[in-house]
Ligand binder design. Sequence first.
Ligand code: UDP
Length: 417
Amino acid sequence: MTPVSQLRVAMLSAHSCPVGKLGTKDTGGMSVYIREIASELGKQGHLVDIYTRVHDPKDRQIYELGQNARLIHLRAGEDEQIHKLAVYAHLPDFVSNLESFRTRNSLRYDLIFSHYWLSALAGTYLRQRWHVPHITMFHTLGAVKNSIRERIHPAPGDREPELRIRTERNLVRTCHRVIAPTEKEKRALIRHYGASSQKISVVPCGVNLDHFNIIGKAQARHYLGFDSDRIILFVGRIDPLKGIDNLIKALPFLRHIPKLRLVIIGGGEHSQREIEKLRKLARDLEVQNSVDFLGLIKHEQLPYFYNAADACVVPSYYESFGLVALESLACGTPVVATDVGNHESIIHQGDTGYVIQDNVPSRLADKVALLLSQPATATRSAQSIRATVRKFSWSNIAKAIAKDCQLVLTNYPVSVP
Ligand code: UDP
């Protein structure tokens, strides 16, 4: 097949809505990724339709995301709000409703770009019908999550089902290309699923540099009404794999820092049990007066929080990439993070923050204390921190993805099972 100047892409995101509430249980980095990549590919002249389930009865069927990019809601199952694993049973519905929508509107696509194993499974049915290549991105790998849960006691969260592991293993064989956001994830795909190295492209995730920008600490604090001397920030879904417990356990080691506050952002109604556990931990450690759980904060408001913070901490046991660190750095705020996802390559050790090898509370505390004790230097001014992540603009990332799509089209058809 010859490459085309204008790609027509069907993106699949069955279980999670790209315009859903960020920071809730199943809506995080992947939703940001899909929304931003689709908008950027659209701006670059390609045509993108994202297909997702109706998640709310009020969802409009078609939602314009920007130039050449649309989000299309399809019914799949009676209930809108279901556990993501329950989406599996409704995939045949999702596929057949998508096919009806496509034929009714005389749409044709050059390729499928699916996100997460459930959508990738839908993609394998569709690509056989449409005779087009299928590119996928898993966003997290079930086998990696399970191996972490085997290593850590008590295990952070429940095991991923065998069905997911089997499906992901199968998908790395049947998809035409797999996008991994880091070299680490590429190695994991090879190690856990026997993926062929030639089939994997490493393309990082990006950050919206217009939105995540420098506001200035004083101005951001004034806007938010924060009056603490020292603020450390956590942003993300409230999931045991995020390691928030270790961050709370780090607070007793930081008692010597006056007026220190830990601000925790993320949550939603399905996270209340997890938040209650964290509140209890804070009470047990007698640090509850230094921790604020602010719940969900809209993406649009987050730059104020990143700017107001002295440091952002990402203590995760696992990230496929880790958008939060990138967003913080784009706002000029240094980051202390565990060595997961892309942290090692985006954080310049000692300059824009610290990456710690062991997810241990005292180590997190040491690095936070170090950052907070050092005055801003030439290499750690907000502007110089931001400069280190400029190359991660979504425009650059979308160009790399489009290049990969063209490559796959050029080599199609290839014999995959
Ligand atoms: N986020 C948000 N509001 C919140 C919590 C999180 O907008 O209350 C966003 C955050 O800015 C980031 C995304 O959710 O863009 C989380 O992405 P990340 O890659 O850090 O984690 P994931 O959700 O993929 O595990």
